[in-house]
Design a protein around this ligand. Structure first.
Ligand code: BGC
Length: 794
């Protein structure tokens, strides 16, 4: 605390002396700040003298129309009429397809389209590619992009579920696999990864990202890029990634889709930007700008984010694509009164490619003529697009060289099954008279109930790629296989639909449950309830599933609740009444096998929550790494109504503050214990804490498997910094490791904490370390208790 006081006093003196710059130098060590010039291309996957030579040679031959063609993107429906595109007519939804009057095939043949999105199937893709390569004057191949978010034909868990694995190496393998499958259809560009941090479970797109934490989000972002882009983009099975949605889309107010975001520079840099930055540093070839506005400036026309931060400070060399019709939507945001201004603002801010608005091709020629857009800016954007096409080797290999993958690949099933197993999070497993309900005993008489137990289609989750429901193994199929193999029995009754008011199936479900030793209930959301435009104000089990759950639990049989969802749901009643709860997200093609293996204990669950599960919607946005308040609720009993002494603190009067299940939490079939945390030293001189410094302090703890089964624990390291010039989170994740231990086995786990882990961003956008006190925790969740302390001294 003394350090804090000294820091404050010095700050006041320095301000009085008018030497704010000196303050930064003396009191802190700062990372890179704003740069004024654009760095030359440096991404080794995109920049080479040969690529630059070819880009420039081609550019020199192109007409204006051909150049603009590279900056427009359509799907197979083509381009809508310019008036609709400009938002000057009625709602798009009420406009029939007749408004789309530019035939995409013609655009391809005449070089007036550079890329296409979501064209289904290799044959159709091939037809358009032939049109561009064979018929257009300069034979420039099209780039085909698609929303391959968690698999192409062989589907793995939704990204939020994958994040629960805390296993970046697994994510890289899966991404590589998806790239190998999709490239056989001619898709060389994925609109993935979505790296938006989401702290609000109401936001449906939480399912597409890695959850609420920047450190985990950045680790996952790197992992996806490595997998998609491989060692060389030019390999025929590599795809260019499109990191989306830049930026801070996940902070949409009230969790409502497409809504506004507004935040301090410090929060933006510290919480929301790290995963995008990590993806850029890992070599991401493209970025998709977001639908939302940030601090009043729509992200489709935001030069501060798209140019100053992305290109000048981070050195991003790829191209930026708008989100779907987002250039046109600038008129709806109210920052452009007409189509020309929307185009001018988007383009001059750094959006290189216009997805589906039909404005760059319609409006840029006049804007160039009138000088509102410069030819040099157009050339630069075209260069960026061509660079990616050359880097992908599209000019040499415009068509796939492998037979098209049209169904789930048998050899890929073990990997997606493993991914599903690692994604499941055991939230509760209470012991009854016979011990914990899970794992199930071989030969048990099971009742399987619920609308998600046998729904192949629903196992895919949002953006299920080009999956085929017939490829999916449902839980019912897998449990039947197992019952047949082990002498157990299975009675199935659906009970209800995902969204239904009818209790017509309840009786059959109760009858099935009465005959069983253990009841497994597969409840939750449909795939379509999360993902884009999937915001929910209520986070309960949809329809009358809660009633079914209560009826079945009322029978007194041991119940295992499997929660299928694309986001945290409210499980408050279940946590009080259901002995075993497993969060299983949307597990993908091998859903049934993975579930059956975990239920029967072939493998112990190891997932940890990437988002806090609230007790009630009113707690949202809810996240573990909150900033402290002046009236913390630390020791108050928040389960009781406030008394005189406990009212004027930061709390609700009608709900607890804490999550029902916090970030990082997840049980196993064994228990793990943690030793005390030790630190390599307790004092670090500020002058050592330079940007790039790797291991200023190393924190270590030993984790031991205290049970009787082999299992994997995600060991987590959290840090808090007290006494800084800005409030710092009550703790934040700065390291994690998956550790697999045999019964009785121990392992010591080290977390090197360097500048990246110990610094924070100020409101000028600089990352700094100040002489302050640090607390480090190591444990199995964000509630880890074992702690140690060190100090950075002046
Ligand atoms: C979504 C993007 C997606 C794009 C193309 C948009 O509506 O926001 O995430 O990549 O459509 O399908």
């Amino acid at each position: 605390m003394t350090i804090y006081a000294v820091g404050q006093r010095s700050a006041r003196i320095a301000r009085r002396m008018g030497v704010v710059v000196a303050l930064v130098l003396v009191l802190s060590v700062a990372g890179a700040g704003a740069q004024t010039t654009k760095p030359a291309p440096s991404n080794p996957q995109l920049a080479s003298p040969e690529i630059e030579r070819r880009v420039n040679a081609l550019l020199a031959k192109m007409t204006l129309e051909e150049k603009l063609g590279q900056l427009v993107q359509y799907n197979t429906v083509g381009a809508m009429s310019a008036t609709v595109a400009a938002g000057q007519e009625a709602d798009l939804a009420t406009n029939p397809e007749a408004n789309y009057h530019l035939d995409p095939m013609q655009l391809a043949q005449t070089g007036r389209m550079g890329s296409m999105l979501n064209v289904a199937g290799g044959a159709r893709i091939g037809t358009y590619q032939h049109a561009a390569v064979d018929k257009s004057r300069l034979h420039i191949p099209l780039l085909f992009g698609a929303d391959v978010i968690h698999g192409y034909r062989t589907i793995y868990p939704v990204p939020l579920g994958l994040a629960a694995s805390f296993d970046p190496a697994l994510v890289t393998s899966l991404s590589r696999m998806a790239a190998e499958e999709a490239t056989t259809a001619g898709i060389r560009w994925f609109y993935s990864p979505m790296v938006d941090i989401s702290r609000d479970a109401r936001w449906g797109r939480s399912t597409e990202g890695a959850g609420e934490d920047a450190y985990l989000g950045a680790a996952m972002a790197r992992a996806y890029i490595r997998g998609y882009q491989g060692d060389a983009l030019s390999k025929p099975d590599s795809v260019a990634a499109s990191v989306k949605h830049f930026a801070a889309y996940g902070a949409a107010e009230a969790g409502r889709e497409y809504n506004t975001t507004d935040m301090s520079e410090s929060r933006l840099r510290q919480v929301y930007l790290p995963p995008y930055k990590a993806a850029v540093e890992a070599g991401a070839a493209t970025i998709m700008s977001a639908f939302n506005s940030l601090n009043g400036v729509p992200m489709t026309a935001n030069p501060y984010l798209l140019d100053t931060i992305l290109r000048r400070q981070w050195g991003f060399d790829g191209f930026v694509v708008s989100d779907y019709t987002a250039v046109m939507e600038l008129t709806h945001h109210g920052i452009a009164l007409d189509a020309a201004t929307a185009t001018e603002k988007a383009f001059n801010s750094g959006v290189d490619v216009d997805m589906m608005s039909h404005l760059y091709d319609a409006e840029l020629p006049a804007l160039i003529r009138s000088g509102r857009v410069s030819m040099a800016t157009v050339d630069e954007s075209v260069r960026r697009v061509l660079r990616v096409k050359f880097a992908l080797g599209l000019f040499e290999h415009p068509y796939p060289d492998q037979p098209e993958v049209t169904a789930a690949v048998p050899e890929h099933r073990p990997l997606v099954r493993q991914a599903a197993e690692e994604s499941f999070v055991l939230l509760q497993n209470k012991a009854g008279a016979q011990g914990p309900v899970l794992p199930l005993q071989a030969g048990v008489k099971l009742a399987l109930l619920g609308p998600l137990a046998d729904s192949a289609n629903e196992m895919q989750g949002a953006w299920g790629g080009a999956h085929k429901a017939a490829d999916v193994v449902t839980l019912k199929t897998a449990l039947e296989e197992r019952a047949a193999a082990t002498g157990g029995s299975l009675i199935y009754a659906q009970g209800t639909e995902i969204l239904s008011n009818s209790d017509a199936g309840f009786q059959a479900a109760e009858a099935a449950a009465r005959q069983a030793d253990v009841v497994v209930m597969a409840l939750g959301e449909s795939s379509a309830m999360s993902g884009e435009a999937g915001s929910r104000a209520h986070l309960d089990l949809p329809g009358n599933q809660q009633q079914l759950l209560e009826r079945i639990v009322g029978l007194g049989k041991p119940v295992v609740l499997l929660v299928f969802s694309g986001r945290p749901l409210i499980l408050t009643w279940a946590a009080q009444h259901v002995p075993a709860i497993l969060e299983v997200w949307f597990p993908g093609t091998e859903a049934g096998h993975a579930l059956s293996r975990v239920l029967y204990g072939d493998v112990a669950p190891s997932g940890k929550l990437p988002m806090s599960f609230p007790q009630t919607e009113g707690q949202e946005p809810l996240y573990y790494n909150q900033l402290p308040t002046g009236r913390p609720a630390n020791n108050a009993d928040l389960t009781q109504p406030p008394g005189a002494k406990s009212r004027y603190i930061s709390r609700y009067i009608d709900a607890p503050n804490a999550a029902l299940f916090p970030f990082g939490f997840g049980l196993s079939y064994t228990t793990f214990s943690y030793s005390d945390v030790t630190l390599s030293r307790e004092m670090v001189a500020l002058k050592e804490a330079r940007p790039g410094a790797a291991a200023l302090v190393v924190a270590t703890a030993t984790v031991t498997n205290r049970g009787t089964r082999k299992a994997t624990e995600v060991v987590q390291c959290y840090v808090r910094n007290r006494g800084a010039s800005l409030e710092q989170p009550v703790r934040s994740l700065q390291g994690f490791a998956r550790v697999t231990l045999a019964p009785g086995e121990s392992q010591s786990v080290r977390f090197p904490l360097g500048f990246a882990e110990l610094s924070f961003f100020d409101n000028a956008g600089k990352s700094i370390i100040e002489p302050t006190d640090y607390t480090v925790w190591i444990g199995g969740s964000s509630l880890a208790e074992k702690e140690a302390h060190f100090r950075i001294t002046r």
